[in-house]
Design a protein around this ligand. Sequence first.
Ligand SMILES: Nc1ncnc2c1ncn2[C@@H]1O[C@H](COP(=O)(O)OP(=O)(O)OP(=O)(O)O)[C@@H](O)[C@H]1O
Length: 275
Amino acid sequence: MSASSPPLLAADAIAVRLGGQTIFDALSVQFDAGRVYALCGPNGCGKSTLLRTLAGLIAPASGQVRLEGQDLARMRPRDRARRLAMLAQSHLTPTGLTVRELVACGRFAHAGPGHRLRAADTTAIDHALALTGLEALAGRDVATLSGGQRQRAWLAMALAQEGTLLLLDEPTTYLDVHHQIDVLETVRRLNREHGLTVVWVLHDLNQAAAFSDELLLMKSGHLVARGTPDALMQPALMREVFEVEMWRLPGSTPPVCLPRYVSAPLPHDQRVQAC
Ligand SMILES: Nc1ncnc2c1ncn2[C@@H]1O[C@H](COP(=O)(O)OP(=O)(O)OP(=O)(O)O)[C@@H](O)[C@H]1O
């Protein structure tokens, strides 16, 4: 991407108020195409609210969100859904819907008249089920799935949408470590192989650092810092944002920060240097 290209997604001086509380005031942030961005920060700092505003689910009181340079608020839902898919943090569990039927809902922006599914829709649904390892569960009622299986079904629905931008709010919640890594690797692969742009909220800093191009650290409705994982995984920043003492594992790639209660067989002077 050239320096003069507009960002794929931008929030321009957005203010968001919820329940009489100001969550953001004049927050601006930009995301370029083809990169993976992790929003990180303490509980309640505004990560989900920012993601929902970027997806057009919350209308800012002032300011604007632009997708490919266009005002998101003025885009038709179908046009928006062809470009952007969002996996929310929590969902109402649908009853009487199979996994395959749920995933098919991701095709609403592509399907033909009367929402009839065409061959391309069936291919996209099959692909999304395969990517999330859900083929064997495709016929199961979503309401009967475990929390982790259900999370993967919602992710499959978002993937079936085949947008160029994926917004994921804590996609690894409820997943065991095997499925966490599966999801992180799958999304990273879609980014590398198909140029998918990703903005995800991740609580695990080490996973965020390992699977993202850039970290955006938030606190109390403000963007405190953004940059490469290597630049931002610093104990001083972790202290400022999370109010927790951490140390950085020397020489690790990707960078790893560990809470101070974890000790390691390192010479004391090396550990001090790492901080
Ligand atoms: N619908 C709402 N009405 C009123 N306040 C809300 C609403 N949704 C969120 N908030 C408030 O906005 C602030 C930011 O919430 P948000 O869910 O964006 O935080 P978060 O960083 O995603 O937190 P977490 O890590 O706990 O998921 C919080 O103070 C929250 O209580």
